[in-house]
Design a protein. Sequence first.
Length: 57
Amino acid sequence: MAVQQRRNSKTRKAKRRTHYKLAAPTLVKCPACGEYKVPHKMCECGVYNGNTIVEKA
C-alpha cells in the first residue's frame, strides 16, 4: 500500500484539481416547439427526430 512521504502544498493540490469542473450540458432547439432540449432525447412536446412519439394534451 502506498504511503505518502511528504505533505503536498495547497498549490500543488489546486493545480491537480483544476480539471475537476462541471461542464454545461449541450442544448439544441426543438424544431417543433422551439424549446431547448438535450440532443438525442425526446422533447417535452413529444417530438423526436421530426416524428411525434407521444401525443400531448
